[in-house]
Design a protein around this ligand. Structure first.
Ligand SMILES: NC(=O)c1ccc[n+]([C@@H]2O[C@H](COP(=O)([O-])OP(=O)(O)OC[C@H]3O[C@@H](n4cnc5c(N)ncnc54)[C@H](OP(=O)(O)O)[C@@H]3O)[C@@H](O)[C@H]2O)c1
Length: 254
């Protein structure tokens, strides 16, 4: 059976991806929270799937090395770099440690994990890097988070071209606001972006798996998000885009 390594699968989109991929792949799921990982493991095993859990804080080099030791190069058919954190705050007030953690996880860990596994990947194997719709736009009050997702988007598109010759597919998954633990972890509970009408993680995971089958490179979930990206990147001047994102975010930021 093929093997999939999914980071950040103790909840949210990563958990949904794991549950939906378990018929096709043996899974290795990684996150910090042991209870969360064990609960996902129980759910998967109860449904007949095979899963190994690795507790790791991916911002730490020693924990990433443990993942590499447990999951050898050449043994991963599908790599999903899903673990990510955000943080809403005026940049000048944002905790410097939090700023660094966002960069360490969303950029440094993702890049190092790709560098570790992709050179040995072969035809029909694949990578999903979870970016975000905010990666297309400058976003005041989540400025660092949005910029890390711009990195993930750009890096993944470039890598998809480099690995085309080897037949390895790379996809940047770009969800919009999704009902998961992200909102609380990013201090975004009061954000107008998280209205009641946002999708859950299962819908995003279904979309991602379908988009991977269709070999999409940039997969933006949802009609509204696609419209937003089209408007912001093809129609409106950047000056207007900045004003609009500032207005949206300042409603719930100080
Ligand atoms: N929800 C949204 O609105 C939204 C929108 C666009 C993009 N995204 C992206 O989607 C991805 C998944 O997020 P989600 O919405 O499913 O949020 P979530 O429910 O908070 O899940 C995030 C996952 O990342 C793990 N994680 C966080 N810090 C970690 C660390 N230092 N080391 C290892 N694992 C870590 C968490 O597990 P532990 O806490 O157990 O470590 C959790 O499993 C992220 O990359 C996020 O940026 C989310």
């Amino acid at each position: 059976m093929k093997r999939a390594l999914i980071t950040g699968a103790s909840g949210g989109i990563g958990r949904s991806l794991a549950l939906k991929l378990m018929t096709e792949y043996e899974l290795i799921i990684v996150a910090r929270n042991e209870n969360g990982l064990k609960t996902v493991q129980e759910d998967i095993e109860a449904a007949g799937g095979k899963v190994e859990i690795i507790m790791a804080d991916l911002t730490l080099q020693k924990d990433r090395q443990r993942v590499y030791k447990n999951v050898p190069v050449g043994s991963v058919d599908l790599l999903i770099n899903n673990a990510g954190v955000g943080g809403q705050s005026r940049f000048a007030k944002q905790d410097p440690d939090k700023v660094q953690k966002i960069i360490d996880l969303n950029i440094s860990a993702l890049t190092e994990i790709c560098r570790h596994y992709t050179p040995a990947m072969k035809r029909s194997q694949a990578v999903i890097n979870v970016a975000s719709v905010v990666g297309f736009l400058p976003f005041p009050f989540i400025s660092v988070y949005a910029a890390t997702k711009a990195y993930v988007l750009s890096f993944s598109e470039a890598l998809s071209e480099e690995l085309k010759k080897e037949g390895v597919h790379v996809m940047a998954l770009c969800p919009g606001a999704t009902r998961t633990g992200f909102e609380a972890a990013a201090d975004m509970q009061n954000s107008s972006v998280y209205s009641s009408k946002i999708p859950g993680p299962d819908e995003v995971a279904d979309y991602a798996i379908n988009a991977l089958r269709r070999r999409k490179v940039v997969a933006i979930h949802g009609i509204q998000n696609n419209a937003l990206v089209f408007l912001a990147t093809r129609l409106l001047p950047r000056k207007i885009v900045r004003l609009v994102t500032h207005r949206i975010m300042s409603r719930s930021s100080t």
